[in-house]
Design a binder for this molecule. Structure first.
Ligand code: HSE
Length: 304
């Protein structure tokens, strides 16, 4: 068994507008996690995002992913020391929880000789953290569709992403916990809203697959979750409008929020500035991150 494994895992944006709970994409913002087996009590150190905020005991999601993989194989997890260098903001709809669970799972899998496939890891991550639309791009990279077949098995398929697509994030200072942002959603939707979303999800996948982004603005529309979430994040629509007016090709709430993601092929800083400016006028502070989709998923960087 390996004694030292370092992994890095990307941020992810789930839903992408119409693909509620079934589309997600990896972003070029990374958490790095070092897991070292060492006799003694569990030690977890977090630097960067979430330092002093995330638990440093056995309830830590990196450790839960790590220990779950060993337990699933009928083994006790080894004593470890875990160091997390986090760049993914917490509670902002950028997949920080999935990234943590995936980091622990990938590190444990590497320690045990890489016995499980990424799809098997996805199933475990989904059971642990509940959001395969984040976990799939975190594991595989790129843009991913997730679905469950009739027997309940998870499957995940890639969607090509145009090379020159950029992502501009407005990351509010305030978090939006996913459980609260799900609690506001209606459990049933009118057929017209379902049709609205199906048409846009199809357009979005086609736009990405062909690189023809002419309909991206329509394609990122949604009626299944964003309108209800607007009620707990009232500047959302104005931020969307500001991004579009500044030249964004499409804009949506990232995951369950609170970040807003604008897709573009240029004018990144203008779009970011305009989103932050309109949010500030509504009393919501935040920061701008200019990034891009990444085709890379969780990676083992060091293993010894
Ligand atoms: N699809 C999930 C939601 C996001 O919108 O609640 C998971 O981060």
């Amino acid at each position: 068994m390996k004694d030292l494994v370092c992994v890095r895992v990307p941020a992810t944006t789930a839903n992408m507008g119409p693909g509620f709970d079934c589309l997600g994409m990896a972003l070029d913002v990374w958490n790095s996690v070092r897991v070292e087996s060492r006799r003694g009590p569990l030690r977890i150190e977090v630097i960067g995002e979430g330092a002093g905020e995330v638990p440093d005991d056995a309830t830590n999601l990196v450790y839960r992913g790590f220990s779950l993989l060993f337990e699933g194989a009928g083994e006790s997890p080894p004593d470890v020391r875990i160091t997390c260098d986090n760049r993914i903001p917490l509670g902002r709809g950028l997949g920080s929880s999935s990234a943590a669970a995936v980091a622990g799972l990938v590190a444990a899998n590497e320690m045990r000789g890489d016995q499980l496939s990424r799809l098997e890891l996805l199933e475990i991550a989904a059971r642990l953290e509940g959001h395969p639309d984040n976990a799939a791009p975190a594991l595989f990279g790129g843009c991913r569709i997730v679905a469950r077949d009739e027997s309940g098995e998870l499957l995940s398929a890639p969607v090509p992403v145009p090379d020159d697509l950029m992502a501009v994030l407005f990351v509010p200072d305030v978090a939006m916990p996913t459980n609260e942002a799900r609690a506001v959603l209606p459990s049933e939707v009118p057929r017209s809203d379902a049709v609205y979303n199906i048409s846009r999800a199809a357009l979005l996948v086609r736009a990405f697959a062909t690189g023809d982004l002419a309909h991206l603005d329509v394609a990122t529309g949604d009626r299944l979750h964003q309108p209800a979430r607007q009620a707990i994040f009232y500047p959302m629509r104005n931020i969307f409008r500001a991004a579009r007016d500044a030249g964004a090709l499409g804009v949506f709430l990232s995951g369950a929020g609170s970040s807003v993601l604008a897709l573009t092929r240029g004018r990144e800083y203008t779009i970011g500035y305009e989103m932050a400016d309109i949010a500030a006028k509504s009393g919501v502070g935040g920061s701008i991150k200019v990034t891009r989709p990444t085709t890379k998923g969780a990676q083992v960087e060091k293993s010894a």
